[in-house]
Design a protein around this ligand. Structure first.
Ligand SMILES: [Zn+2]
Length: 139
């Protein structure tokens, strides 16, 4: 299970809307409790250097800064998020191909339906996608 606060979810949603028509991306840091629940402590909004509505690449310098901050706070890198401006909240073939770490969560926020923004998180292992339970506290 992956758990976001309402503020964290709002931060992601607003960032994804702000960078439209392009995809947005970022990293998720948190802690893992005894029941293996991933509790997000901080959302890092990163620049999509592709500036594309269909792809994203994170700025490597920004990523290094984030990793240093995560270490400083003794958190773990839980995963990443990106937006799908016009497609559903599930990994594209490219997303699956580029998912190199089966321990990370891959969260995708879909803006395809502006009335109903969908946010899901996935684990991708050996090209097999499984959805993980995602909770927005107080959301
Ligand atoms: Zn994608």
């Amino acid at each position: 299970m992956i758990i976001f606060s309402k503020d964290q979810f709002n931060e992601i949603r607003e960032h994804c809307i702000k960078v439209l028509p392009n995809e947005a991306c970022g990293l998720l840091a948190g802690t893992i409790d005894n029941s293996n629940n991933k509790i997000i402590q901080k959302v890092y909004l990163l620049r999509n250097i592709d500036e594309s509505p269909e792809h994203f690449s994170m700025d490597i310098k920004e990523q290094f800064k984030v990793i240093a901050d995560i270490r400083r706070n003794e958190w773990s890198l839980i995963g990443n998020f990106h937006s799908h401006p016009k497609t559903p909240s599930r990994p594209s073939e490219e997303d699956i191909r580029l998912a190199f770490d089966p321990n990370l969560s891959y969260a995708i926020l879909s803006l395809a339906d502006k009335e109903e923004i969908i946010f899901n998180s996935f684990i991708i292992k050996d090209n097999i996608v499984s959805k993980e339970k995602l909770i927005v506290m107080g959301g």
